[in-house]
Ligand binder design. Structure first.
Ligand code: CA
Length: 235
């Protein structure tokens, strides 16, 4: 995984240093700006993956800068910059202020004083949510496998599978259009060190087809006579 560039806009040196220190040996690289003017220059040179934005800054405050960032017609702000996730750093904990911050286009906020552990957890959560870490979706016919939450759905409906049927279908979706013998499936889905009879594969294939039939997708699991099974949308 490549490291994420985080830009902190914060006039308090102690806070910048604390965050920089907490990023040692993490997946984040910290870039620092003391105010909005410095931040603008940094953003024009390199679009960060996420911004930590202090609310009370000398000159333009954080909320106004967030609004500026979200409007693509501001000088130096392009479409990419307008989508940078923002976590607000704020000493104000009143609910109405939080709402004001979120309305200005913030993705989350952390109330000072915060622990760096909490900050890193928030950064990770925001990056996940905003697609900084791309969620891989594998599609096949009407089926969709979400790699992040390990769920398979069919046209938006959850496909309720037992653990082995899930592993089997997940394997098939990763490896479509190929024929696998029963022993290959045992090896790759069940794991090589487990002793299971080959007909166990047939049992689970049957169960998988039954669940898929509820979603009219059972045709995807094909029996190849004398060889094994294939997962394919083609006849
Ligand atoms: Ca401040």
């Amino acid at each position: 995984m490549s490291k994420k560039n985080i830009l902190i806009i914060e006039d308090e040196k102690a806070i910048r240093e604390m965050v920089r220190f907490s990023f040692f040996n993490s997946d984040f690289i910290l870039d620092e700006a003391e105010d909005v003017n410095q931040a603008r220059e940094k953003i024009v040179n390199q679009t960060p993956d996420l911004i930590l934005l202090d609310w009370m800054l000398p000159g333009m405050n954080g909320v106004d800068f967030a609004k500026e960032l979200r409007s693509t017609d501001a000088p130096g702000i392009n479409g990419d910059a307008a989508k940078i996730p923002i976590i607000m750093l704020t000493a104000k904990s009143e609910e109405k202020d939080k709402i004001k911050g979120l309305n200005a286009g913030m993705d989350d906020y952390v109330v000072k004083p915060f622990s760096t552990k909490e900050l890193i957890a928030r950064i990770n959560a925001v990056l996940r949510r905003t697609g900084g870490d791309k969620v891989e979706i594998i599609s096949m016919a009407d089926l969709e496998l979400n790699e992040e939450n390990k769920r398979i759905s069919c046209l938006g409906k959850k496909v309720a599978l037992g653990p082995l049927e899930y592993k089997l279908l997940s394997y098939f979706m990763h490896h479509p259009d190929r024929v696998y013998s029963r022993s290959q499936l045992l090896d790759r889905v069940w794991g090589g060190d487990v002793y299971v009879e080959e007909r166990t594969v047939d049992v689970h294939i049957r169960r998988l087809r039954k669940v898929l039939a509820e979603h009219k997708q059972e045709h995807l699991v094909q029996t190849i006579r004398g060889s094994g099974y294939r997962f394919s949308a083609q006849e």
